[in-house]
Design a protein around this ligand. Structure first.
Ligand SMILES: Nc1ncnc2c1ncn2[C@@H]1O[C@H](COP(=O)(O)OP(=O)(O)OP(=O)(O)O)[C@@H](O)[C@H]1O
Ligand SMILES: [Mg+2]
Length: 203
């Protein structure tokens, strides 16, 4: 596990540029016919600023994401976590899944729906089987969804990078436990990046 923490000072701008949809992301969400409506914009990778102040040390550290199962990007509010990760993806021309988490994602089924959809955006056609399980009557994430998801990831030829941003908003121990279970079973293709203001719940 890798811990990155932001420490350099820079001038903060009042607004974050609007996220842009990728054609693939928007189409996949539109096609996703499930009981729960998904907010497509939560799955967009934020557009990085045009000329962000360079943070070479942190950018360099992020290269290790592809060698690591779990990367934590930890810093207080407004220190540039989302910008850093989005800029790194943009610079490396990397296709990744992204979820901008909110308080409503403390629900295990909802959290996993966004996680699986994001993984699908990362490429490789991952997620159909896991979503099918998620929508099954009486579905249980660890029993039904997680195994299907892991098996789909294991069959993908390349890396699957998924960013879960604002993970500090997740407080439900059941959700945390499901991430631990995923990490225990994840194949080497998966690279999870958690952007969070606190790593207290990740230890
Ligand atoms: N490298 C940078 N150069 C210039 N401005 C930056 C840089 N990084 C972040 N900013 C600006 O600082 C503000 C906060 O950045 P950002 O949203 O990435 O922070 P954050 O750590 O993700 O915050 P939060 O915890 O609220 O999600 C934004 O307006 C962003 O444009
Ligand atoms: Mg952020």
């Amino acid at each position: 596990m890798q811990l990155l923490s932001s420490s350099s000072d820079f001038a903060l701008q009042p607004t974050v540029p609007r996220a842009q949809p990728t054609a693939q992301a928007a189409a996949q969400v539109a096609e996703h016919d499930a009981a729960e409506v998904v907010i497509a914009t939560k799955l967009f990778v934020p557009n990085p600023r045009e000329a962000p102040i360079a943070r070479p040390r942190l950018q360099e550290q992020l290269h290790e994401v592809l060698d690591t199962l779990l990367t934590l990007v930890v810093a207080p509010a407004g220190w540039g976590k989302s910008t850093l990760i989005a800029h790194w993806l943009h610079q490396g021309n990397l296709t990744a899944g992204w979820v901008s988490l909110d308080r409503a994602d403390d629900d295990i089924m909802r959290f996993w729906r966004y996680l699986v959809l994001a993984a699908g955006h990362a490429g490789g056609g991952v997620g159909a089987a896991a979503l099918h399980r998620l929508d099954g009557a009486g579905a249980d994430v660890e029993r039904d969804v997680l195994p299907a998801f892991v098996n789909e990831l294991a069959a993908v030829p390349g890396d699957v990078v998924v960013v879960l941003d604002d993970y500090h908003l997740v407080t439900n121990p059941v959700v945390h436990a499901s991430i631990v279970a995923l990490l225990e079973h994840a194949p080497p293709q998966l690279h999870l990046v958690l952007g969070t203001r606190s790593d207290r719940r990740c230890r």
